[in-house]
Design a protein around this ligand. Structure first.
Ligand code: AMP
Ligand code: ZN
Length: 432
């Protein structure tokens, strides 16, 4: 019924396994220059239960940067077979290294994740994310092969070729970034195809924050079931947490990771069910273990049991990153609040962008919204009303009234990989 027996372990058994593995992780991590120093005085006997993980220090992105490239490796470079890097565009990148065993374990986690949403070896999977340093390429690819699917390594972009491959090889499963899925759905129709007639059944969507409204939109536009896939390169890549067919949150694979949710200000665990920063520890990676990594991603544990029978705890969809927050007129705003409003409006097309601008001495946001072709009419009054209604709904959600600019569909350039939702124009223009 499940891909791996550990998926239905009793909580007590799972937690015993975690603490056992955690002790081994600390022992192993100490072989790296970074943790060798940081954990040199740590007494492993302090780890009696899985919750004793709080006795260990956090690891931050800055730690990884300061150790770039090899400071966290526990063995000689000869033992490694692959590296990936995080998509961060600023500053020093962070690189992650894998031994053969690490690659195998990651492929297993990925296969398990796909199995949880009904993918089987008889499926044909088209991987539409970029290959290269980004983990969404080879990570999904290896998992798909591990499961035994015929795998089409299409890579990103080139919509027409994607459609041809899907039709020629009767592709049943897509791996696609959500912002690209919205764009792609529109292109499929423009190319003269009916999405309901396409062979696909399942889309694995992830790699970037998106709302429930966006998921529903993808499902309706494409006539597909879309499942949320969460991961980050520091924790291997995709396959860290994945929805099951219930679509009620993502199971964190707790035999391979320990997940915690903390208050980013105090570092303490938040109360069960409250939103905070996700902190992750690798339990099975031998080459580059990472302990209590502060992901900056905001989410919460979903209380209770999942109807699917898996015992691994679920996290809610990521609402944003701690560093995504905009402060406008003293109010904290997350881009996903804006997306949630926009994607629920039928007139709104498949893309939008939030521009950070300066008005006088104040910061303000201008939301550029694509309008669907059929709603982009010549009557100015109709458009003006739509603009007002979008502004009013946004104000209702974010408590400030943003500027709203309506643009024609396809007017906003589509990013090649992860969508860029916020553009800072404050130094480039003076608005009034
Ligand atoms: P990278 O390591 O460059 O692939 O980026 C990982 C980051 O992408 C995570 O820390 C999240 O911020 C984001 N991310 C990945 N998957 C999801 C998802 N399903 N929902 C929201 N954000 C995601
Ligand atoms: Zn489930």
């Amino acid at each position: 019924m499940f891909y791996h027996p550990s998926e239905s372990l009793k909580r007590s058994e799972l937690e015993n396994l975690q603490v056992e593995r955690l002790r081994a992780v600390v022992e192993n991590a100490r072989k790296s220059p970074f943790y060798g120093e940081r954990l040199k005085d740590f007494d492993i006997r302090e780890l009696q239960t899985a919750s004793d993980i709080t006795k260990l220090p956090f690891t931050t992105k800055d730690d990884l940067r300061s150790q770039y490239p090899y400071g966290l490796l526990t063995r000689s470079l000869d033992d490694f077979v692959r590296l990936h890097a995080s998509s961060g565009t600023t500053g020093t990148p962070t690189a992650v290294f894998y031994t053969q065993k690490d690659i195998d374990q990651w492929a297993d986690l990925m296969a398990r994740s796909m199995y949880a949403v009904g993918v089987r070896r008889s499926d044909v999977l088209q991987n539409m994310s970029g290959y290269g340093l980004f983990t969404g390429g080879l990570g999904i690819h290896y998992g798909s092969e591990r499961l035994g699917c015929l795998t089409v390594p299409a890579g990103a972009g080139n919509t027409r070729r994607q459609i041809k491959l899907i039709r020629d090889f009767s592709v049943t499963v897509l791996h696609i970034i959500p912002s690209f899925a919205l764009y792609f759905a529109q292109k499929v129709v423009e190319e003269g195809f009916d999405p309901a007639e396409m062979p696909w059944k399942v889309a694995l969507i992830g790699a970037e924050p998106h709302t429930e409204e966006t998921r529903r939109r993808i499902e309706e536009l494409m006539h597909i079931k879309a499942y949320n896939s969460y991961g980050l390169s520091e924790m291997n890549g995709p396959g860290v947490a994945f929805e099951c067919t219930e679509q009620t949150g993502m199971h964190v694979w707790e035999d391979a990771y320990i997940a915690e949710i903390i208050d980013p200000a105090t570092g303490e665990h938040v109360a069960e069910g409250e939103v905070g920063e996700l902190v992750m520890t690798t339990l099975t990676r031998e080459g580059m273990p990472i302990i209590r990594y502060r992901t900056r991603d905001l989410t919460r544990f979903i209380p209770g049991q999942c109807a699917c029978g898996r015992t691994h705890r679920r996290i809610d969809r990521i609402t944003g990153r701690a560093d995504d927050m905009l402060i406008i007129k003293g109010v904290n705003i997350y881009p996903m609040q804006i997306e949630q409003v926009l994607m629920a409006m039928p007139e709104v097309g498949q893309n939008y962008v939030i521009e950070l601008i300066r008005e006088g001495f104040m910061d303000q946001i201008r939301v550029k919204v694509e309008v669907k072709e059929e709603y982009f009419v010549e009557d100015m009054r109709v458009l003006r009303n739509l603009q007002k209604s979008i502004a009013a709904r946004l104000c209702n959600e974010i408590l400030v009234t943003p500027r709203v600019e309506l643009v024609m569909h396809d007017a906003i350039p589509k990013a090649a990989g992860k969508a860029v939702r916020v553009v800072d124009l404050r130094d480039q223009e003076k608005d009034s």
